[in-house]
Design a protein around this ligand. Structure first.
Ligand code: GLP
Length: 249
């Protein structure tokens, strides 16, 4: 019933020649957001897709074009039950290494979802004023954050079981050993993501092409969680030629 009450919105698309061009364009959006509202709230993603964007943000901070001094961040998700040999694969560690340690952000202003009473994270986001700009990556199976296929639209921050297909995709960070990929994570829900004011989604490579084509088919399909984004009013997608290759034009 909920679906019928929701309004669909067109998604803006930039097909770029490579990840450098994606980083160039998407970093401008982040920098603009911070410059217009220095006390803004950013939603951040892990994975390899946003890394070139984070490099641009580090460069812009060093060149004093932007400052994170008053920015608050809320990350999308975090692994649970990490193997003790792979603690460096926590998303907190990833963000420290790839962004936070190199910009002037205050550690207290960086937030990650937590295991106990996860919906409190939604309240924390609300108390911070809501997320002004959300950076998203995309799973091969169309997941956003760790919202795996079948996740309902109204889900807030919650604990999930990671699917086999996502374990396969993420095994590269765990010595190519799928059994070392955690089985559970805590993630913002689709409802949490749809409440953000603006979204930029980054996807590169042929393995993302099917999920991207589903997103641009403009039809909500719970088996492809990314298609929930058609119900958000301000989404811009940055892809390379490979990720765009199956879009039906
Ligand atoms: C993980 C994260 C997602 C991310 C996805 C894609 O599963 N939970 O938030 O979008 O990986 O990662 P990559 O950009 O490395 O393909």
């Amino acid at each position: 019933m909920l679906n019928f009450l929701r309004k669909k919105h067109p998604i803006k698309l930039f097909v770029c020649k490579d990840e450098q061009e994606i980083a160039e364009l998407s970093s401008k959006v982040v920098i603009d957001t911070i410059c217009k509202k220095p006390l803004c709230v950013l939603g951040l993603a892990t994975g390899s897709s946003p890394v070139p964007l984070y490099k641009k943000l580090i460069q812009a901070t060093k060149e004093k074009k932007v400052s994170f001094a008053n920015v608050q961040t809320f990350n999308l998700d975090e692994y649970l039950d990490l193997d003790k040999n792979f603690l460096d694969q926590s998303y907190r560690a990833f963000m420290d290494t790839n962004l936070f340690n190199h910009v002037d952000i205050k550690s207290d202003n960086t937030h990650f979802p937590f295991k106990d009473n996860p919906t409190l994270y939604d309240k924390q986001i609300k108390n911070a004023g809501g997320i002004d700009l959300q950076v998203l990556g995309l799973g091969v199976n169309g997941h956003i954050a760790f919202n795996e296929p079948g996740t309902p639209l109204n889900e807030k921050t919650h604990i999930v079981n990671i699917t086999k297909s996502t374990k396969e995709a993420n095994a590269r960070f765990f010595g190519n050993d799928e059994s070392k990929v955690p089985s559970r994570a805590v993630t913002m829900g689709i409802n949490t993501i749809l409440k953000t004011r603006k979204i930029i989604l980054i996807a590169t490579g042929k393995n993302k092409a099917e999920a991207i084509s589903k997103l641009f088919a403009n039809k909500y399909d719970p088996q492809w969680p990314c298609t929930s984004l058609i119900y958000h009013s301000d989404v811009t997608v940055y892809v390379d030629y490979d990720a765009a290759s199956l879009i039906d034009r």
